[in-house]
Design a protein around this ligand. Structure first.
Ligand code: HEC
Length: 183
């Protein structure tokens, strides 16, 4: 009997406490999970770069500088000069897209040079993503473009020049909505 009395008493106590708790939390009775992200936090996640280069940061780099970055941060996985293995080869395969064994690399497949920068900045080095500076990212992007025979070794890549690079396979991509001039 005592057990039921205690239980009942606790239930009554909970009922008494409930309105107080609700009053403390104000009129919003939602789950109150998390908190609103600040503009600074959003800026660190909002790093997408459009094909036309919109969103590219300040900084610049050449393939000559990128060769050093590559040796330190990329070579261990992607092999000498981007030769890699089946899934992580970064160089070559040009003209293989229409054959029976296409070799997709940055050089043979990717339509926009700006995407190379975006991808490396957000995802590479695979085990340490987000650690490269913008300068290093421009430089190593330039190095991959150079290894693929797309730019010269001393060409400076920055927010102005990178979007102008013509990728070899660009013409084989078609707009999903041809009426829309904005790709
Ligand atoms: C620890 C191993 C590792 C390191 C170090 C590394 N990568 Fe990668 N990389 C990978 C793997 C694995 C993939 C495939 C990821 C996937 O498909 O999800 C990849 C994919 C890529 C791709 C996309 C290739 C494609 O055609 O889809 C690029 C570009 C690239 N890496 C560049 C770099 C650069 C530049 C560096 C150095 C700054 C680097 N990676 C360092 C493992 C690594």
């Amino acid at each position: 009997m005592l057990k039921y009395l205690i239980l009942f008493g606790m239930f009554g106590l909970a009922l008494l406490l409930l309105p107080v708790t609700q009053a403390d939390e104000g009129p919003d009775l939602g789950p109150n999970l998390g908190k609103e992200a600040t503009p600074e936090q959003i800026a660190t996640w909002d790093i997408s770069i459009a094909p036309d280069g919109e969103g590219l940061p300040n900084g610049s780099g050449t393939a000559i500088e990128g060769k050093v970055v590559y040796a330190i941060s990329c070579l261990s996985c992607h092999g000498r000069e981007g030769s890699g293995s089946l899934n992580n080869r970064l160089v070559g395969g040009h003209g293989s897209m229409s054959g029976s064994t296409p070799i997709k690399t940055v050089g043979s497949y990717w339509p926009y040079a700006t995407t190379v920068f975006d991808y490396i900045r957000r995802a590479m080095p695979y085990n340490l993503s987000g650690t490269l500076t913008n300068e290093e990212t421009y430089a190593v992007t330039a190095y991959l473009l150079f290894l693929n025979g797309i730019i010269d070794e001393d060409e400076i890549m920055d927010a102005q020049t990178l979007p102008q690079v013509q990728m070899p396979n660009r013409g084989n991509f078609v707009l999903a909505y041809p009426d829309n001039p904005d790709p």
